[in-house]
Design a protein around this ligand. Structure first.
Ligand SMILES: [Zn+2]
Length: 169
């Protein structure tokens, strides 16, 4: 079941404001996901029930996924999407699995998170290589753009629009 929330509704606005108060980055990430700029997003910092509730009020499907790290410790990730399908794909691949940073995983995550494959590949080869993008543009993105990226040129306006909407609420 895909949800299509009404962005002018008071409920959505209230939820966004509540998230902004907690963490502006989370509010931005959630808004990008609601608007479909990102198919799925992952929040790796702890999030309480109130935060989860606010994400749901925005029309997002939210799941908390348990992972393990090298030391054997358990970590909880919060994932959210407007599509059940992407949630299922993430859970079937990563739930209760160790966190890994292999190129294969980074590529798969990049696909789920809506990152251009050219940027993900270059990041794997050489993280944070000079890309010619102005700092204020790069910081709007959740991935590192590749040099002269043709896809980012089209994605950036969508990120900017959401960023400006968020600041206008
Ligand atoms: Zn690229």
């Amino acid at each position: 079941m895909d949800k299509n929330p009404d962005f002018n509704s008071q409920e959505v606005k209230k939820a966004v404001l509540g998230l902004k108060k907690n963490d502006e980055e989370l509010a931005y990430l959630a808004f990008l996901t609601v608007r479909g700029v990102k198919p799925l997003s992952r929040w790796e910092k702890p999030l309480d029930d109130n935060g989860v509730g606010l994400l749901e009020q925005m029309g997002l499907i939210v799941r908390q996924v348990r992972r393990t790290v090298k030391t054997g410790a358990e970590v909880t990730e919060t994932i959210f999407s407007i599509s059940d399908g992407y949630i299922l794909v993430y859970e079937s691949r990563f739930a209760d699995k160790p966190v890994d940073k292999s190129a294969q995983t980074v590529r798969f995550e990049g696909y789920l998170f809506g990152f251009p494959p050219c940027c993900v590949d270059e990041y794997i080869r050489q993280p944070y290589a000079k890309n010619g993008l102005a700092d204020e543009k790069q910081k709007l993105l959740f991935y590192w753009a590749c040099r002269n990226c043709k896809i980012t040129k089209f994605l950036l306006p969508a990120y900017e629009k959401v960023y400006n909407l968020l600041n206008g609420i």
